[in-house]
Design a protein around this ligand. Structure first.
Ligand code: ATP
Ligand code: FE2
Length: 354
């Protein structure tokens, strides 16, 4: 823990930040990670969950405020145990400043600012969506991939082009994870709903049963996707009692994942990139991974998927991206200017580190 003793060391001049502490708090997950060089030493998270119903921003923020001291303590303990790293070895604090829920972003920013002041080290604010892409480049062999980023609030197809991570396609309304979470909630299941829908979809073909692919709207508009109409349609079908939950879950997955894979493929063809990576919690879904893999095989491209701890919201990606921004991009965030940017878009950020 930070403790009360006087901090001995200051950040050396220059751009090197060997040990970085990252903080993630854009939505339902609070996380702290410590990285050294290219190695993730500790990556601790605690996510807000419910048995039934969705998430209320103030309650999630309270969760983050409650758990952060123990998360910090666990990350520091692990760093000490695994690499002999102590709190005074930390050379940079990186935090997720955007985009996300204002209530929860504020908790992470406050923790980051107080740690930067206490340790007298620089601070860097990181865009969470970009961090999903950068951590995937670190932990897979992908060098210049198209990212299919599928989380609760976000659904975007992103790739690097001329100084920015550009959005080539995105949802016109809600994120695919929110769509799955709402469907699960309508079925009386808790949050997060994505894994519950995945399980139901698998059960649709359990015991040799053949799942029924129910016709639901397929909503791709140019490079973009939309889920709101689909959501209403599924609710009507659920209420009608005509279909089993298993078949509805199976059909929802087959339809929305096909929409996502189609836009990702179109973006790959458009920008001429031959690598696809997945990011975001929905990327944990095995059927989505399989569909991406098949699409890439068919077009002679490569598909990379990081392990789940780097797909879901995590602080390692914030620490790593902060390190890149600081060391290679010359980015610094003065404590007095450290803000939260709930609505910042991926392509608002100048990528100075590539
Ligand atoms: P962001 O702030 O980037 O929008 P987030 O808060 O939504 O992220 P993530 O951990 O990236 O957090 O994603 C959470 C989403 O992933 C939830 O909607 C959850 O239901 C979904 N999810 C998790 N596991 C699975 C799975 N196996 N299949 C489908 N969806 C999943
Ligand atoms: Fe995320």
């Amino acid at each position: 823990m930070v403790g009360t003793r006087t901090v001995r060391r200051r950040q050396e001049p220059g751009n090197a930040a060997d040990v970085v502490l990252g903080i993630e708090s854009t939505a339902h997950t609070f996380g702290i990670a410590i990285i050294k060089g290219h190695d993730v030493i500790a990556n601790i998270t605690d996510s807000f969950t419910t048995e039934s119903g969705g998430m209320i921003p103030a309650k999630v923020a309270q969760h983050h405020g409650d758990v952060y001291p123990s998360i910090l303590a666990r990350a520091l303990e692990m760093a000490k145990e695994k690499a002999g790293i102590g709190i005074d070895d930390i050379r940079l604090i990186a935090y997720s400043e955007a985009p996300g829920i204002g209530h929860t972003l504020r908790i992470g920013a406050a923790v980051a600012k107080s740690l930067a002041l206490r340790l007298r080290v620089p601070l860097v604010g990181v865009n969470h969506c970009i961090a999903h892409l950068e951590i995937t480049r670190l932990v897979t062999r992908a060098s210049d991939p198209v990212l299919l980023y599928c989380s609760g609030a976000n659904t975007q197809v992103i790739a690097y082009d001329e100084g920015k991570y550009r959005i080539f396609g995105e949802t016109l309304d809600t994120g695919v994870g929110n769509f799955l979470d709402t469907l699960a909630r309508d079925m009386g299941l808790g949050f997060p709903g994505g894994p519950k829908i995945e399980r139901l979809a698998l059960n649709a073909s359990a015991d040799g049963r053949t799942p029924i692919l129910i016709s639901i709207p397929y909503s791709v508009k140019g490079m973009d996707v939309a889920f709101a109409g689909l959501q209403t349609n599924m609710l009507h079908k659920l209420k009608s009692g005509e279909f089993s939950k298993e078949d509805l879950a199976f059909s929802a997955q087959e339809t929305v994942f096909a929409m996502l894979v189609e836009t990702a493929e179109r973006a790959m063809a458009h920008v001429g990139k031959e690598e696809l990576v997945l990011g975001g919690g929905v990327g944990c879904n095995k059927r989505l991974q399989e569909m991406c893999r098949i699409m890439c095989e068919e077009r002679g491209a490569r598909f990379y998927c990081p392990e789940n701890q780097y797909l879901v919201d995590n602080a390692a990606m914030i620490a790593w991206t902060g390190k890149l921004m600081f060391e290679r991009g010359g980015v610094r965030t003065a404590v007095e200017d450290a803000a939260i940017k709930p609505y910042e878009r991926t392509d608002d950020v100048n990528v100075t580190w590539r």
